[in-house]
Ligand binder design. Sequence first.
Ligand SMILES: C[S@@+](CC[C@H](N)C(=O)[O-])C[C@H]1O[C@@H](n2cnc3c(N)ncnc32)[C@H](O)[C@@H]1O
Length: 310
Amino acid sequence: MKSRLRAPPNSARKSTVRVKNPAACLLALLIFAAATWAQAADVGSIALAAELAKQEAIYKSRGDQVPEGYVIDRSLHSYTKALPGEFDFALGRLRPGDRWLDVGAGRGQAILDYYTPKFDMLHFEGRNERGSKAQGVAISIEDRRTSEWYEKAAMLPPNKIQYLASRPLREYSREELGKFQVITDVVGGFSYTTDLSLFMNKVLALLDMNGSFFTVLSDVSAHEGTSRPHYEGSPYLTTIAGVDGSEVKVCAWLKSISCVRVTCESKANWRPPIEAFHVQKICHEVAVPALTAVHFEAGTPPERGFKVAQ
Ligand SMILES: C[S@@+](CC[C@H](N)C(=O)[O-])C[C@H]1O[C@@H](n2cnc3c(N)ncnc32)[C@H](O)[C@@H]1O
């Protein structure tokens, strides 16, 4: 996280220059540096704690308290428009023994829309093979299930749809969740997590071989050509800096993960512009380059800065 450094108090500065003996001077400098570092770390962690508390309040918000920008009811149609084109085909190809995980599902509307005759009408090909369809698992930090969810769950075969709440993705083990052929994230964990590399590690551990992760980020540096942050005077919502401080585009960082095939699709006509990502797992030895969080500001979604770890 970004340290919000505060200048040391004058008295501390004066006490270090008064020391005459060089050894004592060095010792005093070391003590001073340690105290300053501890103070900066404290200030940084207090600031981060405040931002995380604000973020938590967004998750917990109900009724009119839900911030306008916190959209929790996107339809499957909205997912299809936001995600890479391949998502719609991948979902249509799933068979009854397969599994779809939606990370950051909100009220799970996209999963509900999948179990409708309309889905089969729009995906005529493979309708018979699709049969009772794949299992749909929704994960959300807060429980946003509606009566529609409970009614649909009662109508479908047992466990056809599952809703897991109260924990972020990182807190589930692979054994608990099992494997998935398709994982989606539409402005969910991928946009909200404070630890992007841990998040990707988790997603890729849950993906079956040749399985696909489809996601999207709003207001990021476009993978090709030049772009500018959407809001004047604000940075992109998600940024990654290389070890030398230079910009690493999210698409390039995803491509630096081993054992994946990545395609990135800029949708510049969206306001703010979005970038959609398709990450396909192609071998077992996945290695996600570690990132350190350097900035986090609560929001819908939050503003995050990461740095490639040394
Ligand atoms: C803005 S809502 C989006 C909901 C849904 N995808 C939609 O488009 O309607 C964000 C969702 O992401 C969830 N979320 C945020 N961070 C998460 C994480 N690390 N793991 C799992 N869910 C997360 C929230 O709990 C919430 O359900």
